[in-house]
Design a protein around this ligand. Sequence first.
Ligand code: ADP
Length: 730
Amino acid sequence: MELNLPLDSKKLNKLKEVCSDTPIYCFPVDLTKGGLFTTDSFVGATKSGIFLFENEELNYHPFDKIEKIINRVQTNGTLITVKINGEEYPFARCSMRYASGVASVVRGANLLLKGEVERRIQNNDKEKHCPKCGRILRGTAVCPKCNKTGGNLKRFFDICRENKLMLMVIIFFMLLDTAVGVSKEYILRIFVDNHLATGTGTVGDVLVFFAIYFGVILIGLVIYFCKAYFSGKLGVNVVYKLRKKLSVKLQELSLSNIDSRNTGELVERIMGDTTRVSDFLNRSFAHSFNQVFYFITLITIMLIMNWKLALISFSFVPFMVIFTKTFWPKIHRIFSNLRRKMDVIQNKLQDVLSGIRIVKTYGKEKTEIEQFRSANENYAETNYKNEKFFAIFYPIVSLVFSFGTYFIIYAGGLNVLQGQMTPGELMQFVAYTSMLLGPIHSMTFLPRDIINMSTSLERIYDVLGEKPKVLQRENAISREITGDVQFKDVVFGYSSHEPVLDGVTLDVKAGEMIGLVGSSGAGKSTLINLVMRLYDVDEGSICIDGVDIRDYNTESYHSQIGVVLQETFLFAGSVLQNIRFSNPNATMSEIIMAAKVANAHDFICRLPDGYNTYVGEKGHSLSGGEKQRIAIARAILNNPKILILDEATSALDTESEYLVQQALERLRHNRTTFAIAHRLSTLRCADRIAVVDDHKIAEIGSHNELLKKKGIYYNLVMAQLQMNKTADKS
Ligand code: ADP
């Protein structure tokens, strides 16, 4: 998101009068300080102060007069206040539409206020509205109304350039096809003029004509086959490359990038949109572009044969072009809409299939069917409108052009009667005029196909162009870590304007076990997500062995982290493949050793095919405890320096829990461990327990120390004891 939008010269001059600096941040606000709707208003910061333009009225506070700038999220928007002499004064206000950008401006202004003039805040949130026309952006980073198809066509030609050779082969066959198609009518003309019109033709002449004509048709078929074969091959090539690029991109993107999209929508872009681009190459490109060659050749021959008649046939073309062009933007929107509705269907389907257990348990099949029906109906309705539009559009275009043929028959007939043309020539001319209808028809379809393909390319490049939010720095360090973890004033929020962690400071020594507790939604998982570097902090830093986590090579760093979550995900494959996932080079004996330490070896041996038993989706069902032990074996094999346990035992029965706990004990030995557990008793062995509350670490200490403190932890333990007693009684 752009955080320094240009001010008009009038405002800029006004600002320069009070501070002689140019803005470093400048972002629109849509409410006045008093809460009234406003336009053309901006909040921003220069090197020396913070400013607000409410239309032309400037309010400026130099940094040397203020202590802090505060961003307060309220139910309907954001209020920015400035703290002066310990008192907070309202400064600016905006609705949720601008909250994310404004929050970043405030963070940037606070850095400037602290004298950190070189550091710049960036906002990686997607633009929610088109900066040009203000329309809501649905699903793509560019506005379908403002984005010209030209940009996407350039991408298309870039793709073509990558397949230059094959394309030239296809064009060669297209030219041959055109030559054969046009020459058939010429042969017919010669036959009519030389043998039929003169009355000198014999049965032998007819047979010769038949043989030549048939031979030309056969050659045409062979050429058609070659053209279709190479176009198909080009389509397959392109779809393969695009899907490869997309899958590499998906792995490259950070979790927050993926979080911001629906799975179904991504699947639709990878499978559906790439197929549409390939279909375009297979069908429209081979067919319609061939027709363009036909069009050019026919026009040239017709002009040479009889330019006056030719002009009569073409006189209707400009009407058609104007007519088609008028509808281009509408057609683009139609396709954009269709894709979006298809995304909704895909997402719904994805949700239902992933959550089928829940749907069935709650007997919500009817509701789900109803929701799917509604999404499907919505799509069908849009598609129906779309088809209706084209069903009216194309006949009108064809009708306009076919007037040309009627005029030619009339005017050409007069020419033959006056001896200015032979009957064969007239036949050839009428045939060419009718043949022109084909290319014209295709060329009117072509915009539709191009826009359809271009919409798909737009959606594909929207993903390909996305910048990973967790970036790897140049010369990133790849080295073995010992496991010291240091949080320094960490501020982080999933959306820029709502921090989940605000000023977290925590020092963890290598090999130490930290238990994380706190109410649900307090930010415990967020804290470990940051340790795993699935997200980057907004402010402050996390250091591993004294080095900023952002300076490490992500692959090398992640390879030294082990994770056991509440729900273990098993990939479709064998038990062996699932354990080996963390270390593909592990030997069989290392895998068996890891499985033994994880208390998994015995149950794996009892499975139908032992280590080769197929698990994952549609595979052999494993219990929660068994899955957890596979996850532990996976983690052991990786020999991690930092271990993350997120509610690893919370969903297990007592017997499984005992086996998993025992395995975890062995696993966590000598590793820095962060463990989240709902059952506080499982954290007693932690060296220290951190209580996350109110966006911060509210308490930290050993179990006994925290009990003595009689604070939040004490209350949580007491509440759980009480709950257990009640459960025992009942
Ligand atoms: P805890 O682990 O303590 O239950 P979390 O760290 O999961 O809490 O969540 C803290 C807050 O962040 C919650 O308000 C939650 O709704 C929000 N949150 C968690 N994950 C995401 C996400 N991927 N995107 C947006 N908000 C999130």
